[in-house]
Design a protein around this ligand. Structure first.
Ligand code: ATP
Ligand code: MG
Length: 377
């Protein structure tokens, strides 16, 4: 069992100050396992809406919930939106005899229901699979190859891990999307998702993708929205303040999970990865996701000028303008592009994140940092 100390801490903190806490994340990232560390599966207050008897009971949510005391967990909440207005009434009791922990798959519908019905009464915690801060320090490359979904990462062999991820992708297409309320064709989405994987770490061109699949650009956008809203991809916006240069204005896309990316690219093992043309993009995407998770910035952008200079991340943090470049190299050096971006953006600091072990300075404000140092909390 991999300890998920940070999430457990955030859950406890949330439940101490808010009557309702929602834990949202992609399917199979470990939500139920985490919740069961706070409440036993046998407890009458553990309510799993996947169980038909529980679903029937919660058909009358007020009756089913109002007399409960202490921690009440409702799993697979996306199945019964009728509970949200009732939770609002229950959350407003003072003092409240119960705290509610709601688990569900990340979807726009669920977040909307929660924020509409529970405005000001709910704390939302976004969860993902394992990250570098959770797996043993000796296994960063395994996490990169297999991604963070617990069963993929913990699989006994690479082949088992590949198989698990293939099944995950298939289930996502054939079942999850429909369950989450997206009326999209599984076959078409499968082709679309694979095509999107070629753009990992790059600016995404809706009309180009749409043309090669024979669909309208708006349709392509709605497929991309679905992947983003279910936490499969991240859309990174370009920084667009006026710096007197011609800036790139379309977002970049990144797969959130490197293992899912590898599955769609047909990368099955460490040796496949080492000789694959997407090797650099894969590592940079992995490092970007881990860095954003570690820093939890309110806003994140990339910066790119049509004439060439660019920066992977620009983070306007409170009181500090931080730039980040990801370099899968043994010993990164200062480049002209870093220099220009640094000046354009008036950076206070520029981190060059790389897979090596030594931290060193390249210039006054430019420091080369190991990924492992950035993600250690
Ligand atoms: N911390 C962990 N250590 C080891 N295995 C884990 C851990 N968390 C989850 N798993 C394993 O990963 C799988 C998925 O976990 P879990 O059922 O908790 O995820 P979930 O997010 O609730 O998934 P779903 O959305 O499908 O309900 C399970 O087989 C579980 O045993
Ligand atoms: Mg679950």
């Amino acid at each position: 069992m991999v300890a998920r100390t940070q999430y457990l801490h955030r859950l406890r903190q949330g439940l101490a100050r808010s009557p309702v806490v929602m834990l949202l994340g992609p399917r199979q990232c470990g939500k139920t396992t985490l919740a069961r560390q706070l409440i036993s599966a046998e407890s009458p207050n553990y309510l799993d809406l996947e169980d038909p008897a529980v679903a029937a009971l919660l058909g009358q949510p007020m009756t089913a919930l109002q007399s409960r005391r202490g921690l009440v967990v409702i799993d697979e909440a996306q199945r019964q939106p009728g509970i949200f207005p009732v939770l609002r009434v229950l959350a407003d009791r003072a003092p409240s005899p119960a705290a509610f922990l709601i688990l569900g798959s990340a979807s726009p519908k669920l977040s909307r229901q929660a924020s509409e019905s529970l405005a000001g009464r709910v704390e939302i915690i976004a969860m993902r699979g394992f990250g570098l801060d959770e797996v043993p320090a000796s296994e960063p490359d395994l996490l990169w190859l297999r991604g963070g979904f617990p069963r993929s990462f913990l699989a006994r062999s690479d082949a088992d891990s590949v198989q698990w991820r293939r099944d995950f992708v298939r289930t996502y297409l054939e079942r999850d999307l429909a369950n989450l309320g997206f009326g999209l064709s599984p076959a078409r989405m499968g082709r679309f998702w694979t095509m999107v994987s070629h753009y990992h770490g790059q600016v995404w061109n809706a009309s180009e993708t749409a043309a090669s699949l024979g669909i309208a650009p708006n349709t392509a956008r709605s497929y991309l929205d679905a992947l983003e809203q279910t936490d499969m991809i991240r859309r990174l916006q370009p920084w667009s303040a006026n710096v007197g240069k011609r800036l790139v204005k379309t977002p970049k896309i990144y797969f959130r999970d490197s293992g899912v990316f590898h599955t769609l690219q047909g990368i099955r093992s460490a040796s496949d990865l080492q000789t694959h043309p997407k090797l650099g993009a894969s590592w940079e995407g992995f490092a970007l996701e881990e860095t954003l998770h570690a820093l939890q910035p309110q806003e994140a952008y990339f910066y790119a000028v049509h004439s060439g200079s660019e920066l992977d991340l620009f983070l306007p943090l409170p009181g500090r303008r931080l730039g980040v470049a990801f370099k899968r190299q043994d010993a990164p050096v200062l480049t002209r592009s870093m220099h220009i971006a640094s000046t354009d953006l008036a950076l206070d600091e520029l981190w060059v994140i790389y897979p090596g072990k030594r931290e060193y300075r390249l210039a006054d404000k430019v420091i080369v940092r190991p990924l492992s140092a950035v993600t250690q909390v």
